[in-house]
Design a protein around this ligand. Structure first.
Ligand code: HEM
Length: 141
């Protein structure tokens, strides 16, 4: 690795978020992809969009080939100090995928609705059983 194991703070890495000065954090390592911007088959925009955060998930989601992974060491300049990476940013995703982000919230809502139903249904059944019993009683009297 080119950087000789240098450790950078997240705040330092995020300063390099331009086309002519672009650093990425992938799997705890810091990559200076500035010389690779124009060559990147996925384009420079996606790389720029991945600055200022942990880009591991974005990188993995693409399903980069082994050949792509072999290119990485030449751009590696060190590691990020994990303690300086804000948890929120570590989980950030590309805006395009952000559209799908509210999904967990929706499923939580569904979960709550299901619990209410699970509680209400037995009560309803008991109430119906009583009603039927009373109905049967009044019929026989
Ligand atoms: C050091 C970091 C990176 C390297 C060396 C790299 C390299 C490559 C290479 C060689 C390809 C061609 C396809 C393949 O061989 O897998 C590729 C495609 C691509 N990369 Fe990266 N990449 C890097 C980071 C990223 C990041 C952070 C993203 C963010 C999402 C990204 C998004 C893409 C996309 C969208 C494609 C196109 C996929 C397609 O057309 O099917 N790459 N990359």
């Amino acid at each position: 690795m080119a950087g000789g194991g240098k450790v950078y703070s997240f705040q330092e890495v995020r300063k390099h978020s331009q086309r002519k000065d672009c650093w990425l954090i992938i799997s705890g390592k810091v990559y200076d992809v500035t010389p690779f911007m124009e060559e990147h088959p996925g384009g420079d925009e996606v790389l720029l969009a991945c600055t200022g955060k942990d880009a591991t998930a974005d990188f993995e989601d693409i399903g980069h080939s082994d050949a792509a992974k072999e290119l990485m060491p030449q751009y590696c300049i060190g590691e990020v100090d994990a303690a300086t990476v804000p948890a929120k940013l570590a989980r950030a995703v590309l805006p395009a995928k952000g559209a799908a982000a509210p999904a967990p919230r929706a499923s939580t809502g569904q979960g709550v609705r299901l619990t209410v139903l699970q509680l209400a249904l037995p009560l309803l059944l008991v109430a119906m059983a009583f009603a039927l019993q009373n109905f049967a009683k009044t019929k026989t009297e």
